[in-house]
Every structure is written in C-alpha cells, then in structure tokens.
Design a protein around this ligand. Sequence first.
Ligand SMILES: [Zn+2]
Length: 587
Amino acid sequence: MTEEFDILIRDVTIVDGTGGAPFKGSIGVTGDRISAVGDLRGVSGERVIEAKGLTATPGFIDVHNHGDLTILYYPRAEGFVHQGITTFVGGNCGTSPAPLGDLISPGYFLIDLRFEVAPYKYYPPLLLPRELVNEKHRELYGWEIDWHTMGEFFQRVEERGISPNYVPLVGHGEIRSLVMGEDYARRAEKEEVEEMKEQVHKAMEEGCRGMSVGRDYEPGYYADLEELVALAEVVAEYGGIYASHSLRTGPRKPGTRPPVKVNGVLEAIEVGRRTGVSVQISHLGPLYDVTPAGQPALTRAAVEATFKLIDDARKEGIDVNFDVIPHHMTGGIYSTPYLAALLAPWIRETGSVEQFARALRMAEFREEVKETIYSGKWYGLNPYLRPEWAKGVLVAECAEKRFEGKSIAEIAGELDVDPVDALMEVLAADPLTKTGRRERSDEAKMLFYTHPEGMVGVDTFAIDDKWESKTPPWYRPNENSYGGFPRYFRTAVRERKVLPLEEAVRKVTSLPARKFKLRDRGIIKPGAYADIVLMDPEIVTDMGDHLEPRRYPKGIEYVLVNGVLVVEKGRHTGARPGRILKRGEES
Ligand SMILES: [Zn+2]
C-alpha cells in the first residue's frame, strides 16, 4: 500500500470504451498512462479527484475534423477539449495545412484575410500567392505561413504545444494544387499523377495516417477515378486511411449540376476494392432523397439502403467505415445568424450593411439581384437546387416586428410577392435581421448512430468562444464546434435512447482508435494512455444555438490528455499535453 499515483480518480463509474457494461471503481494515472483500474482503496494519489456521480470514459476521438491548421492559432482548442475531444483527426475533406508551394489556399477561418487580399463577389479564388497572404498574415498574427511540407508543419505545431492530440491526414486538394497549380480544372496527366504519388509517399513518411479527398471541392472535383486509385495505392502501402468527402453536391457553380449522390460513395468503395485501402466515408447522410421529407417509413428506407452499401462492401472484405456530424441541422463548418447571408455577394459588393440597405430601396437593384438569383449563379441561394428554401428560412429577430416568427414563404404569401422579393423586403426593413431554423426531424441521424461501424466527427475547427468573421455574412463557428459530442450523448443516449451509454462511448473511442491504428488509446485499462473524460451523463448537453453557437457545453467536468488535466471542473487549465500521433511512431 505504498504505491502512489500522480492522479487518482476515485469512486467513479467506468465505461471503458470496449462496449462492456459500466462498472464502479477507481483509476490510477502515473505519468502519461493509466496504471491501475479497479478497487484502489488504500492507495493514495498526489492528486485525488473524488468522482462520485461522474462517469469516466476514454477521451473522445473525433474522426472528422478541420482543426489541424487552426490549432496553430488556437493551440488550447477550447471548443474541442471542453466537449471531451482528446484526439482529433485533421486534414479532412481534401484539405490540409501542407504540402504548400508558392500558391496557397488559406485556411477556412482566414476568410477576412482572404477577402482583403483578393476581394470577390460570389466565389473566392482557390489559390492566392503565398507572399501576398503572408504580407497580411504578418500584420494580423506576427508570423508567416512559412512551411512547405507536413513535416515542417508538424514542427510548428510541436514548437507551440497543443492541448488535444492530433492525428494528421494529408489533403488530396493540397497535393493536386501543388502539382497542377492554377491549371487544375482538368484531368491530370500521367506525369502529374506520378508527382502526386511522390507527394503522398512523402506525407506518409512524415507521419500522416492517410489521405482525404474533397470531391465536391476544387481542385479535387476534377480528379478521375484512375488518379484516386493511383494515390490510394500509395496510402494502402502504408496501411493508411482513405477518407472520402464523396461527391454529392458538386462545386455548386454555374455550369455544374448536382450529381447522383449514391455514386459518390460507390466511388469511394470502388477505390477500396481496387487498392485494399481502409476507407472512411466522411459525414455520411442518406444517399437517397425522400421528397417531401419527414415521412418516417421513407426516411428509414433511405437510411437502410445507405447502410446496405456499407454492409455489402464490408461483406466483400472492403474495410469501410463512416462518420456522422452530431447536429443534424448544420453541415459545414460555419454558421451565421444573419438573414442577409443569403445575399452576401451584394453586401460585399456595396461595401457595408448601410449601403446594402440603401441599395435595396432601388427597384433596379432588386430586379438585378432577383435576376441573378434565378439564373442559378449564386450557390448560397439557388432556387433550383433548393426549391423549398423559403419555407425553411424563418425570421427570428427583426426591427419590423410583423415579420418575426414567420418564414420567408409565409411573408411572400402575405405580401403576395415572389419569395426573393419578400426576402429583400425584410432586409430593406432591417438588414441585420436574424434568422431561426425550423426544427427538422432528427430521425435519420438517430438511425445513423445505430450502425455499429459508424463514428462521430464535428467537422469544424479548433477555436475559442470569441471568433467571428468581419466579412459578410459574418460567420461564426457552428454549434458542433462547442457541443457536438455532448449533443450526441444527450440525444442518442439520454433523450432518444437509440444507444446504451457503453455503445455510444465505444463508437467514439475504441472503434476510431482501431480504425486509425492508435495503439493504447480509446480504452480505459492499465497501460493505456490516460486520455480520460469525466462526465455526468444525466446532464451532459450542448448549450449553443443557431443565434449564438459559441457556448461551451455542460456536464463535461474533467478532461485528461496524456495524463494531464486540460479541463478541471469545467474550466480549461491552459495545459498543452497534446501530441501529434504520427504514423510509424508510438502513438
Ligand atoms: Zn467534407
């Protein structure tokens, strides 16, 4: 009884990540590892956490995440660790912080910088000269984007230190841009594919655990199956992951049509079939549309038909898994509470909200906006792709009270005008009108949670609770950035009861650890790394909403990463014990 732990978590309910039933006990942590689990009465700890009433789980592994670049700006990753994410997989959807040449695609959250360097109306250019970006970047942050390879980027991250662990993937988009430059809107030549293969080799040697593709985005949209197969073969040689943001919308630009969704996932499965690579389907949703939505039997059929593709592929021996985003109403990485977002190009063009409101009083201006919208040129409001858009957009807060609580479709009906005219009428009355969302059924999401091979990813970036963009439409991070995992536990386990707690935990701990080959993680047992969450499953919940997503969740009390407390009684400790979990190194 002389043994002493660095940290002793006493009298806790343990859900160990394997899917096994919860049990009571204590957890001893020594250094960065769990050293004992069980009845530890009589053993002391330098630090004792009395955890009665709390449940200990392995730290959550977020398999679909874009925090790899922003971790340099927000190394504490407040939005992640507060929700229990101890490890995130970065580099998804075909985009990663490297490899980079002289033309670069500044990260998502550098939207203000991007707009200043190269103003745009509808679509920002993909690639900008690194020098121009850095001029502005130096001014804003005091440092430059100076790395070229993933290896160099890792050094920058390690110099800074980070709170959670980071599993790197390399983005096919960055590789394609590096090799093809601005001439990317075509099929790659043989020699170019060879060069890309070299880049994949290099990234995998430097420690990446796989490659992601972003088939709806430039430049990944223009790749053909042969290119994808050639690159996935390299990934397979290393036993890596092929993470597929599959083709489902297309680039949403004039002249492109939305593809047949199911074909995008079939393509990813085909890549797995031909190369033997381990496939991860990113942010999966029903691959068959049900119109009108909201009929439970049809929703179920669409989800089951989607599952069948995954199950058939697995039966065939293809190692395919998928992940889903917790908040069923948000996709993508941003949110904005402003109705004017639907007309963002014209705010950018007029230069300010005031001038935009004044322009809306010009009949000719309105006519031009409407014409453009009905030409299908602006993806943010395309009535052909979203014929029912006006029903789903609600006015939440408006200087003109008579519009509040109504949808744009209802307002159009009352005013007896076209929905686009109704939208402009509301914005002319108050350009800073805030929107609400009409709650949709989360039936499909709950069904997706039940699949044993499905995981969870928040699909957002590492951020604090302050960030917003100054460029219209004044983006904020979306709700998942703060409360994705708490929302998953609240809805799937506590409210809808589609999963028992231990199974919900398994899907975000040992399952992703197995898929991404993270040894000794995703499990609570002696010898495993001490990535641990202490939560109260009875109250755990997300706190943000559409109007204000930037709120940390409730019910996640303690979070340990590599044996170090990063969240203590719901507060970030400032510690940065996170590691880059590189391929080929001890994780
Ligand atoms: Zn994506």
